[in-house]
Design a protein around this ligand. Structure first.
Ligand code: ADP
Length: 502
């Protein structure tokens, strides 16, 4: 309720009882209630106001503006004068000095009382003590600026024309700037960006400031110690109700470590690719060695036959010669194979380490992320978090996973809208884990033959992936098998024994 109206009613009513009641009410109010004449001369102040300022009830000499804090006085005086001059409501927030010499924040409001000709006859108002709210606001502001300084990113604020009005402590520390002087940022603007980035950043920022588009870029910033670091920077405009840009808020964070890690991952992906190739070759050699058993068995049989043909009386030289020729041919083939094996075979001793299988899978997926992204395949993982650790040759297990994932991706036609690959880990009894790679591709056309060396249905395939994977799994004491899914696609699964440690 406005005091202006209340007191006007008192004037109008003329009822002494009502007047006494209202006066009791106003005098009991904890806030300051006051009235002035049309020129601003105090005519009334309630006891709580008299007590605060330690003034008497006469009010005549009271100059409230002299009690306003010097820093707030000019603004308060201007507002009060404006109201007296125009009759507009008075509103001001300022500090008032109490009788104890302490200042407290108040919100003062005054409304005019008017006569029938609409002339201002008096002012009635109140001062509400907002010291506690101000203190709370200040504490919150301090907390907020602490927060702004604590966020592990660089924050800044720009005016619509691009002048910096705030940088947080982290950013100032990074750039080696004096935080109390943000304008110092402008003076170093040209030097903080890497020479190769400065122009692009300038152009993009100017474009965004002009168009209001969001700014988003990667660039290198010069740290105070002279090192350039990659940053990911963004800025968004803050608009008022009419859509005008009021200011820009920017955020940038250091992605140098991330960039380095990605580069390291790429390097190790390349290494893994090389290692896979080398392992394929050595495994291929091993498989070829397996191939020579056949001619060796023939050589054994033919030498036996040759010996028999020549031992009979009379010796059958012709049959013996033909057997000897077959032996020569088979020996030639074996020598050939052995030669190739010798050239290809690269012995790599198995190094087994205790590994977290789920972690290994995650690693392989990030190594293959580019390949997966290029084929727009969706990978779903269902990794049993309770899996125990396995003792494996991590490179071999990585190779197996790479092979199976790659086969799965290749089995899914690029026109297949459901290019989905599910990788699951699970317990297989108390002593083993099972890893399965399930695709939504063509399925195996000939599942019984896929472990035959050199069986392939691909124009560029070698047909050694699955046999090699199986032999690597078996060397770990596990099993590997394939099956077609009931509805669509195929699943390749393998087990690895869990190592139980004391
Ligand atoms: P390659 O990939 O060089 O052909 P692999 O031994 O890895 O050699 O695979 C042999 C064959 O098995 C493939 O050519 C393909 O016909 C079949 N195959 C492998 N994985 C899958 C799969 N996930 N879905 C369907 N067929 C597959």
């Amino acid at each position: 309720m406005s005091e202006g109206k209340a007191l006007s009613r008192v004037d109008l009513s003329g009822s002494e009882r009502d007047f006494a009641e209202l006066r009791d009410l106003v005098e009991a109010l904890p806030g300051h209630v006051w009235s002035t004449d049309s020129a601003g001369q105090f005519t009334y102040s309630n006891p709580s106001m008299q007590e605060f300022f330690a003034v008497g009830s006469s009010n005549e000499e009271f100059d409230w503006l002299s009690r306003v804090h010097p820093d707030d006085r000019e603004a308060a005086t201007a507002k009060w004068r404006h109201s007296l001059h125009t009759g507009d409501n008075f509103e001001s927030e300022h500090r008032l000095r109490g009788a104890d010499g302490e200042y407290r924040w108040f919100r003062s409001e005054g409304r005019p009382s008017r006569d029938t000709y609409h002339r201002v006859t008096a002012w009635h108002g109140q001062n509400v003590d907002i010291e506690d709210q101000k203190a709370e606001l200040k504490a919150r502001t301090v907390e907020l600026s602490l927060l702004v300084d604590m966020v592990p990113s660089h924050l800044w604020r720009l005016t619509p024309d691009g002048t910096t009005t705030l940088v947080n402590k982290r950013m100032a520390d990074f750039l080696g700037l004096d935080l109390s002087n943000v304008s110092s940022l402008e003076s170093v603007m040209d030097t903080i960006f890497h020479p190769d980035d400065v122009e692009a950043v300038g152009t993009e920022l100017t474009r965004c400031l002009a168009s209001g588009d969001r700014f988003s870029m990667r660039y290198r910033l010069l740290r105070a110690d002279g090192a350039y670091r990659w940053m990911s920077g963004r800025a968004e405009p803050l608009r008022d109700q009419d859509g005008n840009i009021v200011q820009w808020f920017g955020l940038c964070h250091d992605i140098e470590d991330q960039i380095q890690a990605t580069a390291a991952l790429r390097r190790s992906a390349e290494k893994l690719a090389q290692a896979t190739q080398a392992a394929n070759l050595s495994q291929l050699s091993a498989s070829i060695a397996h191939e020579i058993n056949q001619p060796l068995a023939a050589i054994a049989a033919d030498s036996e036959a040759c010996w028999r043909w020549l031992s009979i009386d009379p010796p059958n030289v012709e049959r013996g010669r033909r057997a000897a020729e077959r032996i020569t041919a088979d020996v030639g083939a074996v020598t050939d194979v052995v030669g190739r094996i010798r050239a290809l075979f690269e012995h790599r001793p198995q190094t087994r380490t205790v590994e977290d299988l789920n972690h290994l899978i995650d690693e392989v997926l990030s190594l293959m992320s580019d390949e997966i992204a290029a084929t727009t395949t969706r990978i779903d993982t269902e990794l049993d978090p309770t899996l125990l650790q396995v003792l494996v040759d991590r490179v071999q297990v990585q190779q197996i996973l790479v092979n199976l994932i790659r086969n799965g991706i290749q089995a899914m036609d690029s026109t297949n809208p459901l290019r989905k690959l599910r990788i699951k880990t699970d317990r297989d009894g108390p002593k083993a884990v099972v890893i399965s790679v399930e695709d939504s591709g063509s399925g195996f056309s000939d599942p019984d033959r896929v472990f035959e060396p050199f069986f392939t249905t691909k124009s560029t395939g070698m047909g050694m992936g699955l046999p090699i994977c199986r032999s690597m799994v078996e060397s770990h004491g596990g099993r590997l098998w394939v099956k077609n899914n009931e509805t669509v696609g195929a699943t390749v699964a393998f087990t690895l024994p869990i190592e139980v440690f004391d």
